[in-house]
Every structure is written in C-alpha cells, then in structure tokens.
Design a protein around this ligand. Sequence first.
Ligand code: CP
Ligand code: NVA
Length: 308
Amino acid sequence: MKSFLTIHDCTTDQLQELLTLSGDLKKLYKNGGRDLCLSGKVLAMLFEKTSLRTRVSFQVAMYDLGGMAMYMKPEDIGVIGQREPARDMARVFARYVDGIMARTFAHETLIELDRWADVPVINALSDWSHPCQAMADMMTIQEHFGRLEGLKLAYVGDGNNVARSLAFACAKFDMKYVVAAPPGYELDAETLEAANRICPNCAEQTREPAAAVAGADVIYTDTWVSMGQEDEKAKRVADFAGFAVDEHLIQHAPRAKVMHCLPAYRGYEISDSIAESPNSIIFDQAENRLHFQRGLLKKLISTVQAGK
Ligand code: CP
Ligand code: NVA
C-alpha cells in the first residue's frame, strides 16, 4: 500500500489493519504513551480548499508521531497544476518530504501527484471522495456498536464526495447503505454498482428520506453546498427541501446514531436540536479523524525511504 487515494482501491484486510492500528494508537495516546515512529519525517500538506479538521488533525498527528507537517494554504498554491504541472510538483516534493497529502478540486490531480511522486500521497478530500473521513467514521461506528458488519447506515442528502466514500466503506465492511437524495443530486450509478459488486445487494438509493432511515442504526448527512458550489446555494437549498435530518425524520428511527462529517449548517441539512441531541456522535467522529490519521501516517510513512 503506497498511497491512500480511495477506499475502493484498498482490500478489506488493509482497511481493517488501518482501523486496528488507529485503535491501538488511540489507546496508547489516551494512556499517555507515545510512538515516535515518524521521527525526522516531514509531511507536505497541499490545500486547494479550506479546512479545519483535516488540516489540524494531520498536523497534530505528524507532531504526535515525532515528525512535522508543512501547511500550504489555498492562497499559497492555488489550484495545483496552474503555476507548474502537478507532475513537476510531485517530483520536487518527493525530494524534500516523506509524504504528500492534498485537498483538491479534481480527483485526477491526486492521481497525477501519486503517479509522479516516489512518496505516499494521501487524499485529504477531492470533489470525488473523502476516504479519511469515511474511515474515521467506520472507526466511530465500530466503537459505538462493537461491530460494523450487518449494520445499516442511511445517508440523507447530497450524493457527494462523502456519500461516495461511505458507499465504498460500507461495502468493504459488509454494511447496508441506503442513500436518500433528491432528483439531480443522486449518488452516481457507477458508485452504487461498484459498491454492490463488493457487497452484493448492500447499497441502494431512494428519494424518500423516511424510507431510507427506517431500521437504520446510523443516520448520516453532509452539507448541501460543498466547497466550490457556493454559487449554487440558493438553488440547492430549495432543491433539498424535505431532506433535512431533523426531529420529524428522526421519528422514523428514534434510536439511530446521528453523524455529520462537519462543518454542519444547522437549519439546513441538520437541525440544531438533532446535532446537539444524545443520539449525535458528531464530535466523536471529529476526534477520530486524529486517531485514524495517526494510524494511516504510521502505516504509509514510517517505512518510506525518501529521495532526500
Ligand atoms: N470533515 C472535514 O473534512 O472537515 P474540514 O473540511 O474542516 O477538514
Ligand atoms: N462535501 C463537503 C465535505 C466537507 C468536509 C465538501 O466537499 O465541501
């Protein structure tokens, strides 16, 4: 496993290994221990878009493991490939640092960086997927339920990058996955078919949020307006009417845990009272971004022999 670009590309064994490693490191750090396996290692963090959780959790994870991280903000790098080709950037970075993580608009940018860099490349979110988020989510669900297999996750909202990574994660861990999205915002058929090839009859889609959440163990939502879609906000808010995770919807699955990758726009995709309710595990998810990232960085970077 050289890089981490999509969940779909990993085997269930590899993903399980990452969850186990992350869980072990979480216990170690909670008990005051330290694992300085990345001593002397440097991670370059390239951001075409803004971030709180991803940026801070990766930076802290590198520090915790004895290494350091360099943050390049959107104003510094703009869109990767505009000032110089991604393939040139990748080869230059690989001579300075031991790993590259990047948050991009186009997923192809990550593929190009990975193709040309001799060091690991980590997807910190692209328009197509957000695998680190979905893996931290699997870790959170496993902690709350004691297992993953056989659980049902209902995703209500936009069939976006987060929805896609969750589809692959659920399929890899034998979970039922139901998406409820309004017309025009569905999760693409290719993703659903790919998920069902991994886990037959596990993934489905509906236009009825109430039907999706019935019998769900977990209800998940994300913003209706992802980064880069700000100009579409008014239309999207109108089109997503009836797709909020609120008191009305929760009545169809009153015991379900509620998840949101954050940032949450209360009063839109989730109501304030549901985000703050005892069912909500959104801050456990946010915390597990740090724990999962420690495991991922240890796995990918501790053995790298960089060309520097
Ligand atoms: N969930 C998540 O990726 O948050 P940030 O955009 O703040 O990194
Ligand atoms: N779908 C959102 C996720 C933010 C973490 C976006 O891409 O902006």
